[in-house]
Design a protein around this ligand. Sequence first.
Ligand code: SG5
Ligand code: ZN
Length: 265
Amino acid sequence: CCRMKEAAEHNMKMHPMWQEPLAIPGGDRQSPIDIVVRKSVYDSELKPLVTDYDPQTCQQIWNNGYSFLVEYDDTTDKSTVKGGPLQDKYRLCQFHFHWGESNAWGSEHTVDRKLFPAELHLVHWNSDKYSLFEEAVMEENGLAVIGVFLKVGKRHEGLQKLVDALPAIRHKNSVVDFNRFDPACLLPSNTDDYWTYHGSLTTPPLTESVTWMVMKQHIEVSHEQLAVFRSLLFTSADEEVQKGMVNNFRVQQSQCGRTVRSSFS
Ligand code: SG5
Ligand code: ZN
């Protein structure tokens, strides 16, 4: 664990967004990790995930200098996930992606060390137990994140509406209205098969409050669509030296004795 923690600290110091010194939490439940398929444990109690998203809750898309986030109105239970490994109902607040400068890497999680060119994260917070994201983010079972791997292949129709909005938020801190986007269109056709484990946020505050649910099935997007992700910038319009937004993933963290469970055998 310790060596991985050092590596993570090094990675954070180098990070464009993570410029301040950060208190790292305990460190034995950090994300992302490599999912070792033959070490994952099939759990027949793991139910299918139930997502119920209302596209009307989609509000805006913004470049936060690390990724682009599609944000949802989370003041009511209109867009939620339950089931799977979850005891409670969790509300969608945003989704975002991590990607590489080339198609050879970019994902945060890996499967048997296999890297994917990008990874989607749908971030939800426990609205049965907490009343705000900010409250849930500190707590055990506070957050639930669905991870979906992206592979390069044919163009993804659902993703294109998003891709078309990206030129308007090229620079850090730019925001535009973005409405009626159904995040369900980005899920693979089979959401019954997934891996789950207890982990953390992969960006500050790195809190160990996340139930991760990583889909076994990937989605396909075109090289051209990923190229538009890569045309975004880490930097704001007034900065002299502009930096392309690529490789916005955290280094892998140690398993530290955790078990990854699978919903499928
Ligand atoms: C938290 O973690 C952060 C996100 C961050 C994800 O949800 O939220 C907060 O800290 C809100 C107070 O950051 C923001 O929303 C910026 C305000 O997402 C990103 O920075 C985009 C990558 C990271 O979640 S993750 O563990 O699924 N990668
Ligand atoms: Zn993420």
